[in-house]
Design a protein around this ligand. Structure first.
Ligand code: ZN
Length: 137
């Protein structure tokens, strides 16, 4: 089921470039790349809580999460990937996948959630990163 007012249901290009459609979710690269490789993994169906997924969908979503984070790890070699789900403002199951780098921005503390218009990667950089991540999926 889709919600036409939901940016994840409509796969709004305004928030990010689409990396790939996975089993039951879509992987987006965010335009703000102050954490190199930052992505969002959003469920394809409009559901707001993990417990609303049927068991098979939940397993597939976990596989998508592992597949996406492995690709990010292989491409960007972060010290750690942070995973976070909030959704107060956009209540559609999605996780922030945020590579963190030892000694880099917010290392050892929570990443800065808001996407900043001051840290937008160029179209060329975004396209190159999307291509690299895709090649590892
Ligand atoms: Zn939605």
């Amino acid at each position: 089921m889709k919600d036409t007012n939901c940016r994840y249901c409509t796969k709004g290009e305004d928030i990010a470039g689409i990396v790939a459609d996975l089993e039951v979710s879509t992987l987006y690269l965010t335009k703000d790349q102050s954490y190199k490789g930052r992505c969002i993994l959003a469920l394809n169906d409009h559901k707001t809580e993990l417990f609303q997924l049927d068991p098979e969908e939940l397993q597939a979503f976990s596989r998508d999460m592992a597949r996406a984070s492995k690709a990010l790890f292989e491409v960007f070699r972060p010290g750690k990937i942070n995973y976070a789900a909030f959704g107060d403002t956009y209540p559609h199951v999605h996780f922030h996948l945020v590579p963190k780098y030892e000694g880099g921005k917010s290392w050892g503390s929570p990443f800065e959630l808001p996407l900043s218009p001051d840290n937008l990667a160029s179209k060329e950089e975004l396209d190159a990163r999307i291509k690299e991540i895709k090649s590892r999926l």
